[in-house]
Design a protein around this ligand. Structure first.
Ligand code: 3PG
Length: 390
C-alpha cells in the first residue's frame, strides 16, 4: 500500500478522509480523542505544502439535505485553534474547491451527500476529481464501504494510506499477527451475540481469554451456575460452550470468575455484595467481578506479552461496581506487555482511570476495531491494497 509519507505533497491538492466523528453536546465537543489522533496527519500535510481538504462524516444525517446538528463547524473551529490558522468550513465543494498551499479546509459532513452511504460511483468520482492525491486516514470508518472511504480510492489519481491508518494497522498487526506471548485478550460487554464472531476468531489466536460483563454471565451459565436475574443469553450457552471447548483443544485458558459482586437492582446506590460465583440467588444481578477474580486476572495481565482489551468487566459507570474494571485497567497500565485498547466503553474506562499514557496503543476505532478483531478485512484497506496491486 502506498503511504502518505512516501509522497511529495508540495502544491498538491490532497483530500484526506479522517474520522472526525466526535461526540458533540450543545455545540461543544465532549471528547477530542479522534481529533487529537488525526491532527498530526493534517499538520504533516500542511507542513509539506499541500492544499489540504479534510473530508469526514459526523453522526448519521439524512443524505440530500443540510442538518445543522451534524455540521462539522465545531470541528473546523477546533482545528483552526490547534493548527493556529483559519480553517474554513466549505459547504459546497463537489464541483471543486480553491485551496492555497499550506491551507487546510474542512469539507462539510460527507454523509449529507447523496450516494455516500451506497458507495455510489458518481459521487466517488466527484470526490476523486477534487484532488491529486487521496489519503485514507479514517481507521474508525475503514469498516464502511462508502463513497468517501472506499469508492473514491478506485478513482483518485493517487490513493494512499495516511499515518493514522497505518499506525492503527501496524499496532493491531503487532498485537494479533506477530504477538509477544502470552497473548491475552479481554473481551467484555453486554452480549455474546454481538461479539460471537470476535470470540470465535480470537480463541484461535490467544493464549488467554478473559470474558466479562453479560458475556461472562452467559459463560457462567454455561458452566451450570445460576446467574440469578443477571443479563445473559440462554440461547448462546451452546456457543459459549464451543468457545470453551476450542480453548481446551488449543490449550488456551478461559478463566471464569471465582467470585462476583451482586446487587438487588441495577442502580448506582444498590448495596454491593461479594459472593462466590456458585452462590448467586434468584433476584440478584451480577454487576462486577469479585476481588479475588480481579486479583487473579491482574496477575495474568502482569505476565502477558500482549494484551488486547475490548470492554469493561463490570458496570464501572457506578463506582460501587467499578472495582474489577479499575483493577484490570491498572494492571494493563502497569504490565510490561504491549497493550492495545479500543471501543467506546473501553476508552471511557481508560479515561476514567487516567491510564491513557500507560496503554501502548489506543485505537480510534469502535466498529472498525471490532471488525479487525473478528478477522475481517476492512473494505477501505482492501481497496488500498487493490490499488497497490496486492
Ligand atoms: C464510529 O463512530 O464507529 C465511526 O465513526 C463509524 O460511524 P458509523 O457507525 O456511523 O458508520
Amino acid at each position: 500500500v502506498t503511504r502518505m509519507s512516501d509522497l511529495d505533497l508540495r502544491g498538491k491538492r490532497v483530500l484526506i478522509r479522517e474520522d472526525l466523528n466526535v461526540p458533540i453536546e450543545n455545540g461543544r465537543i465532549t471528547s477530542t480523542q479522534r481529533l487529537d489522533a488525526a491532527l498530526p496527519t493534517l499538520k504533516a500535510a500542511r507542513d509539506a505544502g499541500a492544499r489540504v481538504m479534510v473530508l469526514s462524516h459526523l453522526g448519521r444525517p439524512k443524505e440530500g439535505q443540510f442538518d445543522a446538528e451534524s455540521s462539522l463547524a465545531p470541528v473546523a473551529k477546533w482545528l483552526s485553534d490547534k493548527l493556529g490558522q483559519p480553517v474554513r468550513l466549505v459547504a459546497d465543494y463537489l464541483d471543486g474547491v480553491d485551496v492555497a498551499e499550506g491551507e487546510v479546509v474542512v469539507l462539510e459532513n460527507c454523509r449529507m451527500n447523496v450516494g455516500e452511504g451506497k458507495d455510489d460511483d458518481a459521487l466517488s468520482k466527484k470526490y476523486a476529481a477534487l484532488c491529486d492525491i487521496f489519503v485514507m486516514d479514517a481507521f474508525g470508518t475503514a469498516h464502511r464501504a462508502q463513497a468517501s472511504t472506499h469508492g473514491v480510492i478506485k478513482f483518485a489519481p493517487i490513493a494512499a494510506a495516511g499515518p493514522l491508518l497505518s499506525a492503527e494497522l501496524d499496532a493491531l498487526g503487532k498485537a494479533l499477527e506477530h504477538p509477544a506471548r502470552p497473548l491475552l485478550a479481554i473481551v467484555a460487554g453486554s452480549k455474546v451475540s454481538t461479539k460471537l464472531t470476535l470470540l470465535e476468531n480470537l480463541i484461535g489466536k490467544v493464549d488467554q481469554l478473559i470474558v466479562g460483563g453479560g458475556i461472562a454471565n452467559t459463560f457462567i451459565a454455561a458452566m451450570g451456575y445460576s446467574v440469578g436475574n443477571s443479563l445473559y443469553e440462554p440461547d448462546l450457552i451452546p456457543a459459549a460452550k464451543k468457545v470453551i471447548a476450542e480453548a481446551k483443544r488449543r490449550n488456551a485458558d478461559v478463566p471464569l470468575p471465582v467470585d462476583v459482586i451482586v446487587a438487588p437492582e441495577f442502580s448506582a446506590h444498590a448495596p454491593a455484595t461479594v459472593k462466590p460465583v456458585d452462590e448467586v440467588k434468584d433476584g440478584e444481578l451480577i454487576l462486577d467481578i469479585g476481588p479475588e477474580t480481579a486479583r487473579r486476572y491482574a496477575e495474568m495481565i502482569a505476565k502477558a506479552g500482549t494484551v488486547v482489551w475490548n470492554g469493561p468487566v463490570g458496570v464501572f459507570e457506578f463506582d460501587a461496581f467499578g472495582h474489577g474494571t479499575e483493577t484490570l485497567a491498572r494492571a494493563v497500565a502497569a504490565s510490561p506487555a504491549f497493550s492495545i485498547a479500543g471501543g467506546g466503553d473501553t476508552l471511557a474506562a481508560v479515561d476514567k482511570y487516567g491510564i491513557e499514557n500507560e496503554v501502548s496503543y489506543i485505537s480510534t476505532g469502535g466498529g472498525a476495531f471490532l471488525e479487525f478483531l473478528e478477522g475481517k478485512e476492512l473494505p477501505a484497506v482492501a481497496a488500498l491494497r487493490a490499488r497497490a496491486g496486492k
